[in-house]
Design a protein around this ligand. Structure first.
Ligand SMILES: *Cc1c(COP(=O)(O)O)cnc(C)c1O
Length: 563
């Protein structure tokens, strides 16, 4: 079953979550979608890669919104046997001093061109294991720190052992965020010096060799966002997996910090946008941190109406999205017609999901992302009077979506607050909150809106990717200058900035958002259609052509994989 993939050395791409397809709920948000897009691009480019993740049989969660506008969480259980093939191999990892058996599933990701990539989904739900161990790979980001450490052992240590058992030869290990950093410990054990060659006081491991094998992509511009485990917990769960002084020197003296471990065991380290790399360099003095700016998968994130238009006028765009720079040759009417088709699909989706009747003749603003404080989902509603007066003069509609992490009470309060705003603006601004944000709703929204809003607190949005998806559908962004938008924004050409410069104070963002909407963006939409379509073309020709995952994976290949 795997023979065709074990003939040549591959890049092993490790990620705690991976958005394989909408029906498989093994992802929570941006990190997983990025992982999925990376593998989809690798397939299109026919890069030899194998992805490793967890089966997450109970998914992240299914979001329901109750009549009060509160999030209700349900398990999102899926059956791997429907989509994937059980692997022949099983391996064991010592957890809390007992052997925990790990099996897994092979999902074959088929590109829409010729390529395909194997994805290994690790699974501890085996008869050999006791009940609590069978649940280790059930809940994505569920449970307490002990549960999380066990998951990360399965991913990192189990992942390397499984690849080995399946006969893969690995050229490089790519750690998509720090969750998989324990794989470095398993590699250290594999590349330990024979004990008679180790002199007193020297490391018994060939650390440079392991470093040469690992690439680390960091995604979090705040220290608090990194997994850290107290050493007493580590001692209990992981035991003495490698010698303790080496572990502390690599992973931190006080606690096992997964990011530190990944930094110390990776030759190539990168942030996910230029600004994010700069910030990471300040956070981790002494490490070389490059930038490989994120991108999104062209075919996956382009609405069928735009796919057909691009196929006709810029054939080959799916393999070489750089060709989208030629978008200016497409007549305005064809761009607008494709947009209206995507928009009517969204209007239909809003209606069927109970969000009311939207008018396709009026602009739709979209905002969908994880509901959490730094994304500021309520920025648009900071001054309801101002917002009302803008909407009276330049009518618009609003579609919202997003999940809050089950333990993020602040995030959940945003969802309730947005529903309160929705009620209080009844008759002034039609607002719909689509429940259970997932890949399918994301595509409908990024393609069917007219304008994509993004309002994070600087500098906390490492990259952001939904605005790139919007660009593939000719939907410009109105966004705070953070993450990718610092590179993507040409004012009035590809979209618009909220706040004057990337360095400016966050406090003035609401005022800037209102004045851009009122003075520039909405009047352009209502009064100057060809001027609006020029910006749509700017988003396609100058953003989608570059902020795509083919360019990103070619970047990883030349900057990291082939080094
Ligand atoms: C693209 C995507 C995200 C990430 O969007 P950001 O702009 O990075 O916040 C999250 N969830 C889903 C379902 C997505 O498709």
């Amino acid at each position: 079953m795997l023979n065709e993939f074990t003939q040549e050395p591959r890049i092993a791409y490790f990620s705690m979550e991976i958005a394989i397809r909408n029906e498989i709920p093994t992802y929570s948000g941006g990190l997983g979608v990025l992982a999925g897009d990376s593998v989809r691009s690798a397939a299109d480019l026919e890069l030899p890669l194998v992805a490793v993740s967890l089966a997450s049989r109970a998914g992240y969660f299914h979001q329901e919104i109750d009549s009060q506008g509160r999030q209700v969480e349900h398990p999102d259980t899926w059956d791997p046997s429907r989509w994937a093939t059980r692997l022949g191999a099983k391996i064991a990892v010592p957890i809390e001093g007992r052997e925990v058996w790990i099996g897994g599933w092979l999902y074959l990701l088929k590109g829409h061109m010729n390529g395909q990539e194997p994805i290994i989904l690790l699974d501890t739900d085996l008869e050999e294991n006791r009940k609590e161990d069978r649940e280790i790979t059930h809940f994505l980001y569920g449970g307490d720190p002990t549960y999380r450490l066990k998951q990360e052992m399965v991913l990192g240590i189990g992942g390397v052992r499984m690849l080995h058992a399946l006969g893969f030869e690995i050229r490089k290990y790519h750690l998509n965020e720090g969750h998989s950093a324990l794989l470095g410990l398993e590699l250290l054990r594999r590349y330990a010096y024979p004990s008679e060659e180790v002199r007193a006081g020297e490391s018994p491991y060939d650390i440079p060799r392991v470093r040469g094998l690992c690439n680390f992509t960091t995604h979090t511009p705040v220290e608090a966002g990194h997994d850290q485990f107290p050493y007493d917990l580590v001692g209990r769960v992981l035991g003495e997996f490698i010698d303790p002084p080496t572990l502390r020197s690599l992973a931190g003296q006080d606690r096992l910090n997964m990011t530190r471990l990944a930094l110390n065991l990776s030759e190539h380290i990168n942030g996910v946008a230029q600004r994010h790399a700069e910030i990471s360099r300040k956070m981790y003095p002494g490490y070389r941190v490059d930038a490989v700016t994120n991108g999104v998968h062209p075919f996956t994130w382009t609405d069928p109406a735009f796919r057909a238009l691009y196929d006709r006028s810029m054939p080959g765009w799916c393999h070489e999205p750089g060709i989208l720079v030629r978008v200016d040759q497409i007549p305005d009417g064809e761009i607008w017609e494709a947009h209206l088709r995507a928009k009517s699909q969204l209007v239909e989706k809003v209606r069927t999901l109970g969000g009311g009747t939207f008018d396709p003749a009026l602009p739709i603003l979209g905002f969908a992302r994880r509901m959490t404080a730094y994304k500021r989902p309520d920025l648009l509603f900071s001054d309801l009077e101002r917002l009302t007066s803008i909407a009276r003069r330049h009518p618009f509609q609003l579609v919202l979506a997003g999940k809050a992490h089950p333990r993020d009470d602040g995030g959940k309060r945003f969802i309730e607050a947005l529903h309160q705003h929705k009620r209080s603006l009844t008759g002034i601004i039609p607002i719909a909150y689509l429940p259970n944000y997932n890949m399918e709703i994301a595509l409908a929204m990024v393609a069917g809106c007219d304008l994509w809003l993004n309002t994070p607190l600087r500098p906390l949005e490492a990259s952001g990717t939904s605005g790139m998806k919007a660009a593939f559908n000719g939907v410009p962004s109105l966004s705070v200058l953070d993450g990718w938008w610092i590179e993507g924004c040409i004012e009035g050409v590809t979209g618009w900035a909220i706040g004057e410069a990337a360095e400016s104070a966050n406090g003035k963002d609401a005022a800037s958002l209102y004045s851009k909407l009122e003075g520039i963006v909405l009047p352009l939409y209502h009064e100057n259609r060809s001027g609006w379509i020029a910006v749509m073309k700017g988003a396609i020709g100058k953003n989608a052509s570059y902020f795509n995952s083919h360019r990103m994976m070619r970047g990883y290949t030349t900057e990291a994989y082939l080094r």
